[in-house]
Design a protein around this ligand. Structure first.
Ligand code: NDP
Ligand code: MG
Length: 373
């Protein structure tokens, strides 16, 4: 029975991971969450983990007597102690808040099922250097596109390019003028996936795909010229790899994150599950170009071109903009404009340290707050 540690247990990926763990009969040894007290308590009572970490100070203080009464070890830092007894860490925290856990898990030589794409976006170069040093550690992607590429990626020398698919989000067919006034309720209606708020807004701005370009760049050690994005509204083809002889391998499946989570948890095996199966009859698969008005993907290629800490600025400025948009403080199209402004204002650091990435993350978020309040 595989021992799993789940970070971000109360989120969309977190709760689906719990379903997968149950389905596969794995053991949940520890979990972490931030502020969802009710769901956190429910999960603790149901799964009886040995260790719980709660990052929100207020929630943590409140739940200490509850954890003590159950004799569960606890902390408010989702770091070393929580990962000690596990074979595999699932990082399903949202945003750059997940970076330190990824770093810590690598340093401890753990296998990491990584949903937190922001870790790789903010500090991909550093993470790859750490993986070089800690040979036992591995990252297995949960993001469906990267899981697809991982499953189709054989001999790197023979790979011509990868093709990331994007659903196009809820505004794919909207007039540009109408998109300007899109509300957060409209942006939160993703056509194919039910996900956390931040990634749903990122899917509407195509910033999710922009982050995924950077995630793929570091995960598969590609050049930026080897990464292409195509819109595929049905979200059935999760991504593709084109080889130098012109043949293309694609991975298909129903839009159900439990499949990608299960693959990361069971690799190199494929275990039986009762998740959604794909039914081809009556399905039409279509592909189209990304609309030019959406600038996010261009910004991600620019961040890769600039290198150093620029991807961290793109990520942090976007996180702050999404928060502002969800609070009704900026408009939908302001997101891409403000992210670009933050990138223009940043003096990148090429060979950054972890401390410098964390500083840059703070700087870019403050840049957005100062500009918008
Ligand atoms: P959610 O917002 O649904 O969940 C986020 C989780 O992170 C919650 O458990 C939350 O705790 C916790 N959290 C929030 N802030 C902090 C913090 N400061 N420190 C520690 N933990 C924190 O997000 P998703 O599940 O949608 O996404 C998680 C990650 O997976 C993201 O990186 C996303 O890009 C990626 N991903 C998600 C997909 C999806 O289908 N949802 C698909 C592919 C990738 P609490 O709720 O208790 O506050
Ligand atoms: Mg994805």
């Amino acid at each position: 029975m595989k021992k799993i540690s789940l970070l971000g247990s109360t989120g969309s990926i977190g709760t689906q991971t719990l379903e997968v763990i149950e389905n596969l009969g794995f053991e949940l040894v520890s979990l972490s969450f931030h502020s969802n007290e009710a769901l956190g308590k429910e999960q603790i009572l149901k799964y009886k983990p040995k260790f719980v970490s709660i990052s929100n100070e207020h929630t943590y203080e409140k739940l200490i007597p509850f954890l003590d009464s159950l004799k569960i070890k606890h902390s408010n830092e989702p770091r070393k102690a929580i990962l000690e007894e596990t074979e595999m860490v699932v990082n399903a925290v949202v945003g750059s808040a997940g970076l330190m856990s990824t770093v810590c898990a690598i340093e401890m030589g753990k296998k990491i099922a990584l949903a937190n794409k922001e870790s790789l976006v903010c500090a991909g170069k550093l993470i790859n250097e750490l993986l070089e040093k800690n040979k036992e550690a591995r990252i297995y992607p949960i993001d469906s596109e990267h899981s697809a590429i991982w499953q189709c990626f054989f001999n790197k020398k023979e790979v011509k390019k990868i093709i990331l698919t994007a659903s196009g989000g809820p505004f794919r067919e909207w007039e540009y003028e109408k998109i300007k006034n899109a509300t957060f309720h409209e942006a939160l209606k993703h056509p194919n996936w039910v996900m956390g708020n931040k990634i749903t807004i990122d899917s509407a701005t195509l910033m999710n795909k922009a982050l995924e370009v950077i995630e793929a760049y570091f995960l598969f050690s590609l050049s930026k010229e080897q990464i292409e994005v195509i819109v595929h509204p049905q979200s059935i083809v999760h991504s593709m790899v084109e080889y130098r002889d012109g043949q293309v391998l694609a991975q298909l499946g129903s839009p159900d994150m439990r499949l990608a989570i299960g693959h990361a948890l069971t690799y190199p095996n494929r275990l039986e599950n009762n998740f959604n199966r794909l039914n081809f009859v009556g399905k039409t698969l279509t592909f189209e170009k990304v609309r030019e008005e959406f600038k996010s993907i261009d910004l991600s290629f620019r961040a890769l071109e600039d290198g150093g800490t620029m991807p961290a600025v793109l990520n942090a400025a976007n996180e702050a903009c999404v928060e502002k948009f969800l609070n009704g403080e900026i408009s939908f199209l302001d997101i891409q404009k403000i992210v670009e402004m933050a990138m223009n204002a940043h003096e990148k650091i090429n060979n950054y340290t972890l401390e410098q990435v964390l500083e840059v993350d703070k700087w870019a978020k403050k840049f957005v707050y100062d500009l918008t309040t």
